[in-house]
Design a binder for this molecule. Structure first.
Ligand code: ZN
Ligand code: ZN
Length: 366
């Protein structure tokens, strides 16, 4: 098939590159030249790495980031040897990089000339150095913030479920906006979010308001003037969030009320004792607290068992009175995820409206 005999190995059954067979060519000249050693500087806090003087976000673990970095750098620096027309980095195997120091990394290079393809494995000495990137050091010292978002609960304190939702809102912001957040601190009154970019702070405040309802108050504290003129200062956005869900029983003016939802001027509540709807101002809820509806069974809150869901009506059994109750579906305000026949529910009747506040804990056999 190949008429030429390799002058180095004497074989005639291999394709040629230049004046040698492919294997002898790779042994003699290699596929391509790449740097023997490379410096890799990464941030030990956030995992971003330095590339051409700039900090670039990492892609996962330090090892994964190093693979990506080497692929970029080596692809730029690779030089095919004399008779190779084209060469590329085929594979990089970085073993786990846990600490700074020298790491040997095996790099598989491939090249081709005509339709002959050859490969070679080379070792690159990576000198891994750690530091703290400028944005992490800014965060560590909490300097350089231009805005603060103060998340404050309308009622009581922020519970862990609300804090978890707050985190997921911040996670969903996108990389650019997220990198502007300098710190998120739990304080006695709620949560403070220090932000570099005032526009990002406005976005956060409006997302919190959209999620939970509430009011945002803005104030601006001047701290100096900008070099080119204009005011420099910290934008404070106080977000009073409605940290209750529809159907929650809470104390208001000393008596139990059901929270229905926000209105244009405040919130709508149902006074459980008097059987009236009440519009309250958000500020007036500050001293409210969340009550356990189960503690108010008998105090106008009843336990109903759902017996049937038929033809646009729900049929219940009021076990305490031993009576049957039929309610049109349109007159039911549901504050549970779903209803199931046979289930026990905490209910409140106001006029012809039935509020289903939650599932009732009923002890079996009683
Ligand atoms: Zn040969
Ligand atoms: Zn960093």
């Amino acid at each position: 098939m190949y008429s030429r005999i390799c002058p180095r190995c004497g074989r005639g059954d291999r394709p040629f590159i230049g004046f040698l067979c492919n294997l002898c060519y790779v042994n003699e000249f290699g596929v391509a030249e790449i740097p023997r050693s490379i410096d890799f500087t990464y941030c030990r806090v956030c995992g971003s790495y330095k590339y051409q003087g700039l900090w670039v976000e990492g892609v996962g673990s330090v090892s994964e980031t190093l693979s990506e970095y080497l692929l970029i750098v080596l692809s730029q620096k690779i030089k095919p040897t004399r008779y190779i027309e084209e060469a590329w980095v085929k594979d990089i195997s970085v073993s786990v990089v846990g600490e700074p120091g020298i790491h040997d990394v095996k790099v598989r290079l491939a090249g081709k000339t005509g339709n002959v393809e050859v490969e070679e494995v080379k070792t690159v000495k990576v000198k891994a150095l750690t530091t703290i990137c400028p944005s992490c050091s800014k965060k560590a010292t909490k300097t350089g913030y231009n805005a603060i978002v103060q998340v404050r609960p309308a009622i009581g304190s922020l519970d862990s479920a609300f804090k978890a939702e707050l985190w997921s809102i911040l996670e969903d912001l996108g990389v650019r906006a997220r990198s502007s957040i300098i710190s998120v601190d739990e304080v006695k009154e709620g949560v403070d979010i220090l932000v570099d970019d005032q526009n990002v702070a406005r976005v956060i405040a409006s997302k919190l308001k959209a999620k939970w309802g509430g009011v945002v108050n803005a104030s601006f504290k001047i701290t100096g003037s900008k070099p080119g003129g204009g005011r420099k200062g910290v934008l404070a956005l106080s977000v009073k969030v409605l940290n209750v869900r529809a159907g929650t029983l809470l104390s208001y003016m000393g008596s139990p009320h059901i929270y229905v939802g926000p209105t244009s001027r405040g919130v709508l509540l149902v006074d459980v004792g008097k059987g009236l709807t009440v519009e309250a101002k958000l500020e007036d809820l500050a001293r409210s607290r969340v009550l356990d509806a189960g503690d108010y069974v008998g105090y106008n809150i009843l336990v109903y068992r759902l017996t049937a869901d038929l033809g646009g009506s729900l049929y219940f059994m009021d076990e305490s009175r031993g009576s049957k109750v039929e309610v049109e579906r349109g007159k039911v305000k549901l504050y549970v995820d779903s209803l199931k026949v046979g289930g026990y529910y905490l209910v409140y009747q106001l006029g012809d409206q039935l509020y289903i506040l939650g599932e009732a804990r009923v002890e079996q056999g009683s």
